[in-house]
Each structure stands twice: as structure tokens, then as C-alpha cells.
Design a binder for this molecule. Structure first.
Ligand SMILES: NC(=O)c1ccc[n+]([C@@H]2O[C@H](COP(=O)([O-])OP(=O)(O)OC[C@H]3O[C@@H](n4cnc5c(N)ncnc54)[C@H](OP(=O)(O)O)[C@@H]3O)[C@@H](O)[C@H]2O)c1
Length: 286
């Protein structure tokens, strides 16, 4: 059974099913462009220990530079990146991995994910990434946006379990079936878009709870993820927000308010794409 540890600080960690230890809190860098190096270095200097990037984001180099600029040792920072599954399979996955390592200026990545069950070649690429793990280029292999059928398909193919499934998670998108499956099968859940991309900062319910607890709406949303035991990776491109977004450990949302927040999921709403419903054929997992 996967752990449901609630982070107590920026340094809290959990052990994945392959033994790799991962921080429970980090910075997402989607759409952080020109100032990526600066924001990543600032985040690390404020205690962030995990950075979530992707081939798609085009900023792996900025992340690598940010780690260098922070002055921290590479091994003190946990880097997640993702291969964008396309119509080309294993060969391109390995090329993309090498490009990622060059950009990060590192000879390994901590966690490498298949970005989504799409492109028609996920099984083949996943096998190739497991080989790259044996060679030491990847410490841990996981997936993102995988629904239960995709996770079951990987198991049926006899492939090693992914360590992590990264999915959209906030009060309006709770994906309980996927979370339940992951927890029953020792796959750690990492939630993305915990702030619903900033689109619910004005929400009435969130603001009522924020006022009651003397917190910001963003802190309520981030704490909701922490309290559910998800690894969470709120994004900000504004250095001034790094500290308040991470100030979510020495207080909690009372049970009665968690129930109110959880009830927002009765009317599901997504702030982004939803590849979790892609067919096995689209994923290449038959
Ligand atoms: N695997 C996937 O398919 C997938 C999909 C989406 C995201 N992700 C990952 O998850 C990370 C987080 O998700 P996300 O970037 O989609 O969205 P998010 O973290 O839910 O929200 C980011 C938005 O909230 C704003 N924001 C941040 N802190 C705030 C605060 N304190 N008050 C008000 N607004 C605030 C940001 O603006 P500023 O930048 O101006 O602060 C930005 O517009 C991504 O960066 C990426 O690493 C993965």
C-alpha cells in the first residue's frame, strides 16, 4: 500500500515502490520561460527540493542552470521530467532522455515520466526507459495522466510498476478511482495544477475558508493537496510567491472545512486536458 504521508516541511519525503526517496513538495515550472533559472535558484534557496519540468515545457536547461546557480549539490535536488509520447516510440524516448540530461547538465534524472497515454507507443517507450534506468540514467520511472485502464494494461504486459502517477488534482478534480487504484498498488500519487492554474483564486468557498483560517486562497488549495497526502508541485513564476505557497506545513484545514472542500468535487471541473480517458490503442498499451 502506497504511503499517505502528510508533508511536515519542504524537506519531508516518501519512499517510492522502487526504494527511491522523493520530496513531498516541489515547484512546477510549466510556462516559466525567461526567468526559469532565477526562479528555480530562488526556490531551492528557500528550501524547495523538487523541481517538475518536461520536454514539452522547453525549460529543462533553465532548470539545470537554476540548480547550478543555487549552489546546492545536484544530489540534493530531486528533478522530475517527462517524455512527450509521440508517433515515434523507444528510439525517440531515449533521444529525448539524453537531450534532457544534457540540458540539466547531469548524468542522471531522478524521476522520468511518460507524459500521457498517447502517441501509440507507450509500452515500447516504457520498456526502453526501464532499460535506461538499469544503465543509471534514470533513478525512477513513472507515468503521468494514466487512468486505471492504462495502469492495468502495464501490469498485464508484465512491466515493472511505475513508481509515480502524476495527475490533475484539486478540489474540483479528485480522480478518486485513479487515486484508489494507485494507493492499492503502491504507486505514489503526485498531483498537478493544485491551484487549478489560478482559475479558482476568487472562488467563494475557498475565500470563505481562507478568511476563516487567516490564510490566502492559494494556501488553502495547496494545503488541501498536502492534507490528502499527495506530492504537490504548485507553479509560480513570481519569486515573491514562493515562500507563501510553501507556508502550508505548520497549520491544517479542520476536518469540517476539508469536507466542504471535498464536496466541491461533486461538480467536477478541469483546468486542463484529460488524457486519462484515452483508449489503450491511442496509448499503445494493447
Ligand atoms: N503532467 C501533466 O500533464 C501536467 C499538466 C499540468 C501541470 N503539470 C505540472 O504541475 C505544475 C503545476 O500546475 P500548473 O502550472 O498547471 O498550475 P498551478 O500550479 O495549479 O497554478 C499556477 C498558476 O497559479 C498562479 N499562482 C501561483 N501562486 C499563486 C498565488 N500565491 N496566488 C495567486 N496565484 C498564484 C500562477 O501565476 P504566477 O506564475 O504568476 O505566480 C499560475 O498562473 C506545472 O507547472 C507542471 O510542472 C503537469
Amino acid at each position: 500500500m502506497a504511503s499517505r504521508l502528510i508533508a511536515k516541511s519542504l524537506e519531508s519525503t516518501v519512499k517510492l515502490n522502487d526504494g527511491v526517496v522523493i520530496p513531498l513538495f516541489g515547484l512546477g515550472v510549466y510556462l516559466i520561460d525567461n526567468n526559469c533559472t532565477d526562479v528555480v535558484a530562488a526556490a531551492i534557496n528557500q528550501g524547495y527540493r523538487l523541481i517538475d519540468t518536461a520536454e514539452l515545457y522547453g525549460n529543462e536547461h533553465g532548470v539545470g542552470n537554476g540548480i547550478k546557480e543555487s549552489g546546492k549539490k545536484r544530489e540534493d535536488i530531486f528533478v522530475v521530467s517527462k517524455w512527450w509520447p509521440s508517433s515515434e516510440g523507444a528510439k525517440r524516448a531515449l533521444q529525448t532522455l539524453d537531450h534532457c540530461l544534457n540540458s540539466l547538465q547531469s548524468n542522471y534524472i531522478d524521476l522520468y515520466l511518460l507524459h500521457a497515454p498517447q502517441g501509440g507507443h507507450c509500452a515500447e517507450a516504457y520498456r526502453a526507459l526501464l532499460e535506461a534506468k538499469k544503465q543509471g540514467k534514470i533513478r525512477s520511472v513513472g507515468v503521468s495522466n494514466f487512468g486505471v485502464i492504462h495502469l492495468e494494461a502495464l501490469a498485464k504486459l508484465g512491466l515493472e510498476k511505475p513508481s509515480v502517477n502524476q495527475i490533475e488534482l484539486h478540489p474540483w478534480q479528485q480522480k478518486q478511482d485513479i487515486v484508489k487504484y494507485c494507493r492499492e498498488h503502491d504507486i505514489t500519487v503526485m498531483g498537478y495544477s493544485p491551484l487549478a492554474k489560478g482559475q479558482k483564486i476568487q472562488d467563494k468557498t475557498i475565500n470563505e475558508i481562507a478568511n476563516k483560517l487567516s490564510k490566502t486562497p492559494a494556501q488553502i488549495l495547496i494545503r488541501w493537496s498536502v492534507q490528502h497526502g499527495y506530492i504537490t508541485i504548485p507553479k509560480t513564476s513570481q519569486k515573491s510567491r514562493l515562500q507563501t505557497n510553501a507556508d502550508v506545513f505548520d497549520w491544517s484545514i479542520p476536518d469540517e472545512d476539508m469536507k466542504v472542500l471535498d464536496a466541491l468535487g461533486d461538480k467536477p471541473w478541469s483546468c486542463t486536458w484529460n488524457p486519462t480517458n484515452n483508449s489503450l490503442r491511442e496509448a499503445g498499451l494493447q
